[in-house]
Design a protein around this ligand. Structure first.
Ligand SMILES: Cc1cc2nc3c(=O)[nH]c(=O)nc-3n(C[C@H](O)[C@H](O)[C@H](O)COP(=O)(O)OP(=O)(O)OC[C@H]3O[C@@H](n4cnc5c(N)ncnc54)[C@H](O)[C@@H]3O)c2cc1C
Length: 470
């Protein structure tokens, strides 16, 4: 029998949870349908050998009072006293040098200028753009303002190359490439400046890990009368003309709603919505958009009391390797780190031979490939960051296939669809659809990560509520 709700959402990842939390707080009866046994999608932690490990969400910016992510958290019902471990600085190790990057705007310019005293003109230009975009975000004008018009159609990399010839400064300005999913070829200056600007204000990670954050959102939804149903793979958005009637799940259950949100990957959404109202050129256009790269993650169990906990993620960009190493606050044990994490880009095509395989059944050669890759990354990190040497007692790894099969994202892409500044109109996918009661949300729409997904979700909720929320 079909059940009826105010809003039915497909997918309980970050965007689904944020939207459902906000809408339930506004008094709507929401229902979240998640295909997996657990909610969280890319941010869902997992437990192995008594330890919790983080998957996708690590670090977010601008979380302090008066800053944009904090304001957004309030809208989603994340309390102000949520325990967040501050990250005062990042460390960046490039081919030639080592840098400390403070996560506060006051010191950032001075420290950069200290490293590059001859480059103050370039730095003034750089911080000029960062501040202009940060101000646009702070004034809650994401896509309408002059900064967006000016910088969305420009490439971040072209900008960096245009302001300085100094190869070391260029490297430094790309320091957060991995964290912000920055693709040299395609990332727009606007998105790059928004992410870099948010980290130039503050950076943090949930002290209790994403587990704690998910719990906050889950509790909000349930306390406000919403339902969260797991093991519910939506296989069809059932439509009549320009209206969605219900979501039908693989197990045959169906959920009717006045409004619907799709927080699943837009390509997957199109695959399960076969209404003629979606024109074939639109389908083709979305289906042809390239995906962002995927990731290879090594989650490490450390020798007890061997490595001091440090809220200072390290980015290492050497030769053809680009990694991020850090100790999640959720694994902290007093002054020591209990677990560590290495994250690197990865290419889905390397896994071609196992495309048809399923989680846990990919075979010995896959396990061997994965183990070798993880050991290489551990050895590389130990070399560049000697404090970590010899501290590993166990590890497990996730590959692009893990991400593909877990979240259903094509090619296991870490950040969904790639947005290309060369094609701004094609790159931004609107929240609106041809259906009057269905809106899209999620990282593939504009930009990814905590900030991008929060913005997209708030926009989707504004459309549902017919009220400007931000
Ligand atoms: C390795 C990695 C590291 C990252 N690090 C950071 C970071 O440090 N800081 C940061 O800000 N961001 C980071 N991100 C990005 C961030 O995690 C994502 O942008 C964000 O979590 C995406 O949320 P989403 O809701 O758009 O997508 P998803 O998390 O993919 O959510 C979609 C949900 O829908 C479910 N689903 C799919 N199909 C169906 C269906 N048919 N029916 C029902 N349910 C379905 C999926 O199982 C999933 O739960 C990282 C990402 C990765 C992969």
């Amino acid at each position: 029998m079909s059940q009826k709700f105010d809003v039915v959402t497909a997918g309980a990842g970050l965007s689904g949870l944020l939207s459902a939390s906000l809408l339930s707080m506004k008094g709507l009866k929401v229902c979240l349908l998640e295909k997996n046994a657990e909610i969280g999608g890319m941010i869902q932690p997992y437990r192995r050998k008594g330890y919790f490990f983080e998957t996708g969400m690590n670090i977010f910016g601008a979380y302090k009072k008066g800053q944009i992510q904090r304001d957004l958290f309030s809208l989603f019902g994340v309390p102000e006293d949520t325990d967040i471990t501050d990250i005062p600085a990042f460390e960046f190790i490039s081919d030639n040098k080592k840098y400390i990057i403070p996560n506060n705007r006051r010191d950032m310019f001075d420290i950069f200028a200290g490293y590059f005293p001859e480059e103050t003109d370039a730095l003034n230009k750089f911080f000029g753009v960062i501040d202009e975009v940060s101000d646009a975000l702070a004034s809650k004008n994401f896509y309408g303002g002059s900064a967006f018009k000016k910088y969305f159609g420009q490439g971040a990399e072209d900008f960096i190359l245009s302001i300085t010839d100094n190869p070391d400064l260029r490297d430094l300005l790309r320091y957060n490439a991995l964290l912000s999913g920055y693709n040299v070829r395609t990332t727009s200056l606007y998105v790059y400046a928004a992410v870099t600007g948010s980290f130039s204000l503050s950076a943090g990670m949930f002290t209790g890990g994403t587990k704690k954050f998910i719990e906050i959102l889950r509790k909000n939804i349930l306390e406000n009368g919403g339902e969260i149903l797991t093991g519910k793979e939506v296989v069809k958005f059932d439509t009549e003309k320009n209206t969605v009637k219900r979501c039908i799940c693989k197990d045959g259950s169906s959920y009717e709603g006045k409004m619907f949100l799709s927080s699943i990957h837009p390509k997957n959404f199109l695959n399960i919505t076969n209404s003629k109202i979606i024109k074939s050129f639109y389908r083709k256009r979305i289906m042809q958009l390239p995906e962002t790269k995927s990731s290879f993650i090594v989650n490490i169990i450390l020798k007890p009391d061997s490595l001091l906990f440090a809220a200072k993620p390290v980015f290492i960009n050497k030769g053809n390797k680009r990694i991020m190493f850090y100790t999640p606050a959720s694994g902290r044990n007093g002054k020591f780190a209990g677990v560590a994490k290495i994250m690197s880009d990865d290419d889905y095509r390397l896994y071609k031979k196992w495309y048809m395989s399923k989680t846990g059944k990919r075979g010995k050669d896959y396990e061997e490939f994965k183990k070798q890759k993880a050991e290489d990354l551990i050895a590389f990190t130990e070399k560049e960051y000697p404090e970590f040497k010899g501290k590993t007692v166990g590890f497990n790894a996730a590959t692009p296939l893990t991400f593909r099969d877990y979240t259903g994202t094509p090619e296991g892409s870490s950040y969904g669809i790639e947005h290309d500044f060369n094609n701004p109109e094609l790159s931004l996918i609107p929240n609106n659809t041809k259906f009057k009661n269905l809106f899209l949300t999620g990282q593939s729409l504009n930009f990814h990560g905590m900030l991008g997904v929060s913005v997209t979700s708030v926009n989707a909720c504004s459309l549902v509520l017919k009220e400007k929320l931000f």
